[in-house]
Design a protein around this ligand. Structure first.
Ligand code: NAX
Length: 327
């Protein structure tokens, strides 16, 4: 039997947490032979901590063979202690009339604190995946606090956007979902993101050739993927939760599976023309469990270049809003 992995999850009593924890405990994230200890972190609010207790009771009631322990805490230094994976889902939502700059700054405070504590107490091999929005910038902020853990350990999730794009391409082509390959998300997890359809293939042929409708690819396709979150809220009255949890399972599973090729928001280091200091979605190949290399060299046409410039500009603006907090 392998030693259990410690998996810290913030916002554990929230919507995404409720869809996610059971899948981690069942083995979907780390495999059917990998035991886990869940370290659940919530806001220090009585009602929320009570709700977390209920979630932990339900986890117990599933009798998952791989679940070797549950920690419930509102103290991040307890929750992140010795964690091998830190899944940062909890974030402050945008309130009515709230300015984006204020949202960035309020979340900045949370992610500065969490980044500092993770760097101090998490396991030497700790990996961090950020879901809480604005995910790319929150990830950059958390990473800014790390002195021990290298920046590439901090990733933000754009996998939900990749999954959405894959399904849209398959539906349009009338193809099976699994026939769609190499659709990658570049830039910010926001409506400015760019699903780079030109590199995608369907049944081994270029997707653009199979679909043969450039206006659809440049227009409704990009728009549907970019605004899917808002469409879910309009239909469900609540933001995406099960699909976001599923995407996080995919994000981590791909990052621990050597050879997997997938979209992750990582420190750009200037790849694809992004500002070197922002976290931007791009294609990566997992090398060893938890480590990856950016796949560089996909050629971009003028349309793609203009989309990359737009999403890069937004990421740089977000960085500028919080620059005084991280420098
Ligand atoms: P919920 O509001 O249901 O849950 C969030 C939970 O986080 C709450 O229980 C809250 O008490 C907790 N929390 C807040 N601050 C905390 C802190 N400092 N430490 C620990 N816990 C804290 O939101 P949910 O629907 O679960 O969404 C969570 C986040 O994911 C949001 O920021 C949301 O915008 C973001 N999303 C990101 C996506 C992505 O693809 N990157 C897609 C889905 C989702 O919209």
């Amino acid at each position: 039997m392998k030693a259990p992995l410690r998996v810290a999850v913030t916002g554990a009593a929230g919507q995404i947490g409720y869809s996610l924890l059971f899948r981690i405990a069942s083995g979907a994230m780390f495999g059917p032979d990998q035991p886990v200890i869940l370290q659940l972190i919530e806001a220090p609010v009585e009602k929320v901590m009570k709700a977390l207790e209920g979630v932990a009771m339900e986890l117990d009631d599933c009798a998952f063979p791989l679940l070797k322990g549950i920690v419930q805490t509102s103290d991040a230094s307890v929750g992140f202690k010795d964690a091998n994976w830190c899944l940062l889902i909890g974030a402050k939502p945008r309130g009515p009339g709230m300015e984006r700059a204020d949202l960035l700054k309020d979340n900045g405070k949370i992610f500065i604190e969490q980044g500092r504590i993770i760097d101090a107490v998490a396991a030497a091999d700790a990996r961090i995946a950020v879901v809480g929005n604005p995910a790319n910038t929150n990830c950059m902020i958390a990473a800014s606090q790390a002195k021990r853990l290298p920046a590439e350990r901090f990733t933000a999730m754009v996998r939900l956007d990749q999954n959405r794009a894959q399904t849209q391409l398959a539906k349009k082509a009338g193809a099976d979902l699994t026939a769609v390959k190499n659709i990658f998300i570049y830039g910010n997890h926001s409506p400015t993101m760019f699903p780079a359809y030109a590199h995608a293939t369907i049944g081994g042929k270029p997707a653009a050739e199979v679909i043969n409708d450039t206006a659809w690819l440049q227009g409704p396709f990009c728009e549907t993927v970019g605004k899917r979150g808002a469409a879910i809220i309009a239909a469900r009255g609540l933001s995406s939760a099960a699909s976001a949890a599923n995407a996080l399972v995919d994000h981590v599973r791909s990052l621990v599976t050597p050879g997997a090729i997938h979209s992750v928001a990582v420190k750009s280091n200037g790849h694809y023309g992004f500002d070197a200091l922002v976290w931007a979605g791009m294609p990566v190949r997992t090398t060893t469990p938890g480590s990856y290399e950016v796949i560089t060299g996909y050629a971009m046409d003028d349309f793609a270049k203009s989309k990359l410039a737009t999403t890069n500009k937004e990421l740089m603006e977000e960085r500028a809003f919080v620059a005084d907090m991280i420098n």
